[in-house]
Design a protein around this ligand. Structure first.
Ligand code: SF4
Length: 358
């Protein structure tokens, strides 16, 4: 018999109905899984034994295997490398904040077809769109971990492996589950979707999720540089992108987060800071500068990190023109926590092993 994920509420409700089990039992199961973090169906004491047996026969709790888990020296960041049942590797990163504002960065695809040149995930190409349960399991795993630490997961960001807009329907269902009070109970604004800028999907997202936060991988203020590092810009240039983002802010009145990775000699010339503030002037924007995190395998691209003092100068120019910005702390360098790094490293290791076995 093929078992289905306990997170598949449609199938679970259908199973209960087929077996003439009263509907209120669904609420008890939901409470046990999402509020009490019970991972073993045998331990759900609020439901009768024959229902526990039915769940064991028909459902699974977790399909992802934890291939690797590492926590940074300062205990603030944990990285999880999960293996899917079809042997693909996906990553999630948990960032703990002293204020209790714990944030989980999740993957929506294994690999990514968008091929941004600075990104370890882009080098893997697209392996698959993740099904809903593999996305929910990443969140469930981290939510249970922080619950065991007497804290709570507060934010979820689609900023790990993959382009969420290309797995739109699944992302949509996942957001409904994250914000469902009976499940993860996150507020909509604490869920962030990060995209490289696929304009038609941003417009759809604006219609569907006016309360949900949006982040844009911008990484350059002009098309010439952006095209050279982000192939998506060949299809949707900055003008088209900004028009869709203006539509988002007009309809939602929400600030957009702009991610800007700082790559030495590529997109960090100070004259680009001028272009950037001019681009964002008068727009509800928050720029997040990300020092490029060198990973094994980029040596062929020759990318290195922009020196800190240049990032700060860049930021000062924006501040002068009232563009809000932050510099992302690199508190997780010791665990390869940038998007796709660990999966890419493991894949390279696997390839090496396969080569030696040939
Ligand atoms: S930066 Fe994002 S969109 Fe670009 S290749 Fe990496 S995961 Fe894909």
């Amino acid at each position: 018999m093929i078992r289905f994920s306990i997170h598949n509420q449609t199938e679970l409700k259908a199973l209960l109905a087929e077996n003439k089990i009263p509907a209120f039992r669904y609420g008890q199961i939901e409470n046990a899984i999402y509020k009490n973090f019970i991972t073993n169906f045998d331990e759900i004491q609020t439901i009768p034994k024959d229902l526990r047996e039915l769940l064991k026969e028909n459902c699974f709790y977790q399909s992802l295997e934890v291939e690797h888990q590492a926590t940074s020296k300062n205990d603030q960041t944990s990285k999880f490398l999960f293996k899917t049942t079809d042997d693909l590797l996906i990553e999630a990163v948990l960032m703990r904040h002293l204020s209790g504002r714990n944030t989980l960065c999740i993957s929506c695809q294994a690999g990514c077809p968008m091929a941004c040149t600075f990104c370890a995930t882009g080098k893997l190409w697209l392996q698959k769109n993740l099904p809903l349960y593999e996305i929910i399991e990443q969140v469930m795993y981290a939510a249970k971990l922080v619950n065991d630490e007497w804290s709570r997961l507060r934010n979820v960001v689609f900023m790990g492996m993959g382009e969420p807009m290309l797995n739109y329907d699944v992302m949509k269902q996942a957001i409904y589950m994250f914000t469902d009070q009976k499940k993860f109970d996150l507020s909509n604004r604490r869920v962030t979707v990060s995209t490289c800028g696929i304009v038609p999907w941003i417009n759809k997202f604006t219609e569907d999720f006016p309360q949900t936060s949006l982040a844009i991988s911008l990484h350059a203020p002009n098309d010439e540089i952006r095209k050279s590092i982000m192939p998506v810009d060949h299809t949707y240039d900055i003008e088209a992108l900004m028009a869709s983002l203006d539509n988002y802010t007009d309809k939602t009145n929400k600030r957009i987060f702009y991610e800007y990775i700082m790559i030495n000699g590529v997109n960090d010339h100070l004259k680009l800071a001028d272009e950037l503030w001019k681009l964002l002037e008068g727009r509800l924007a928050h720029v997040n500068f990300i020092p490029y995190n060198a990973w094994e395998g980029t040596s062929s691209d020759g990318y290195t990190t922009t020196p800190r003092f240049i990032i700060e100068k860049f930021q000062k120019i924006l501040q002068k023109y009232w563009v809000v910005s932050t510099i992302r702390a690199t508190m997780w360098d010791d665990i390869d926590a940038a998007c796709g790094q660990l999966a890419r490293k493991k894949k390279d290791e696997q390839n090496e092993i396969e080569k030696t076995q040939d």
